[in-house]
Design a protein around this ligand. Structure first.
Ligand code: F6P
Length: 363
């Protein structure tokens, strides 16, 4: 028999994604209907590791009244960090394990169970804390849509929708100047955002990490595509895309966090200009894809995931992640959910549709 729950906490970790506030709203309202109290931990687990940094001690009580106007807002009312791994905290330039402080914080606040909202990095931390005795349910979050075990994460639809709107705009200026425009989008090691936005925005070429590219093939395709009346082209490139036999472009490496990708758009644009002889410019959409209000689908997914997390705790589940397996929400072991990232399936309907529409992948 699992212990009864009456006091829970929630945190948001890693890069923000539109829909986080919808999850918080849903967790608070679903829990309070059961008579449970909810505490919000600030900025990943930093609110527990460094309580002295926060005027409210790093933890705030969340009531339905406090969260009533947030589900439609981007960002996260709790704040987040992707430098917040307590198992690898940086103190005076050295990595140290401060996870006991987190566990002590949970005890101090008499928290019975925790809802961890995050991507693979944050959910791995949640799993490690679970192994130290924390009762935890994970909620998958990321614009990258790269989590194994759930067919969709919230944030992805909003990112795709905004990227598509940008591509629509870029078509117009590219057409006016007869240019090639290269649009770099986030997505880390997978190409979901590039693929979906590229198809929706009628790109001529889409470069994704799952298909190492040969730029001479892309250039040949663009030359043919701009031979007739249409004199412009759009290339969508995922930040993690790599040439055949090459590596992804890393922008920076810092201790205590995963490497930052970025810069591929500019180098692809330079090479395509040389190979095609056509003026080519690069645009990096970057963090614009994470900001802004969640589209309806992400709000609904966030609300459903939040309610699902409370259902999991009610059922007495522990060490699981809420996952979408349409039409149902399922609870999968956290340990299975964070093993590997979910790449775009090359035999999937989106890649097949793109190829049928003569969109070039550079292979
Ligand atoms: O995982 C979400 C994400 O936006 C990735 O697409 C991107 O590579 C990374 O976070 C950027 O992180 P940061 O905001 O720390 O640069």
């Amino acid at each position: 028999m699992s212990r009864p729950v009456s006091r829970i906490s929630i945190n948001t970790g890693g890069g923000d994604a539109p829909g986080l506030n919808a999850v918080i709203y849903s967790v608070v309202n679903s829990a309070s209907r059961l008579g449970w109290k909810v505490l919000g931990i600030r900025e990943g687990f930093d609110g527990l590791v460094y309580p002295e940094r926060y005027p409210d001690g790093g933890v705030m009580e969340l009531t339905p009244e406090k969260v009533k106007n947030i589900p439609h807002l981007g960002g996260t009312m709790l704040g987040t960090t992707n430098r917040g791994n307590p198992f690898r905290a940086l103190v005076d330039g050295k990595e140290v394990d401060l996870s006991d402080r987190v566990m002590e914080g949970f005890r101090r606040h008499q928290i019975d169970a925790h809802v961890a909202v995050g991507g693979d990095g944050s959910l791995t931390i949640a799993l490690q804390l679970h192994r130290k005795g924390l009762r935890v349910v994970g909620v998958p979050k990321t614009i990258d849509n790269d989590l194994e075990s759930t067919t969709l994460t919230f944030g992805f639809a909003s990112a795709v929708s905004f990227a598509t709107e940008c591509i629509d705009r870029l078509h117009m200026t590219a057409q006016a100047h007869r240019r090639i425009l290269v649009v770099e989008v986030m997505g880390r090691n997978v190409g979901w955002i590039a693929l979906y936005a590229g198809i929706a925005g009628q790109a001529d070429a889409i470069l994704i990490p799952e298909v190492p590219y040969d730029l001479s093939k892309v250039a040949g395709h663009l030359r043919r595509a701009t031979e007739g009346e249409r004199q412009h082209a759009i290339v969508v490139v995922a930040e993690g895309a790599k040439p055949a036999g090459g590596e992804a472009t890393v922008k920076s490496r810092e201790p205590g966090r995963v490497e930052r990708l970025g810069g591929i758009g500019e180098s692809v644009a330079k090479d395509l200009e040389r190979l095609t002889g056509r003026e080519t410019r690069a645009v990096v959409l970057g963090h614009l894809l994470r900001g802004g209000s969640p589209v309806a689908q992400d709000r609904i997914l966030g609300l459903a995931f939040g309610a699902g997390a409370i259902q999991a705790l009610q059922k007495g589940l522990d060490g699981v992640m809420v996952a979408l397996n349409p039409p149902r929400l399922e609870f999968v072991p956290l340990a299975d959910a964070v093993v590997r990232q979910r790449p775009v399936p090359l035999e999937g309907e989106a890649v097949i549709a793109a190829r049928t529409l003569d969109i070039c992948f550079g292979d």
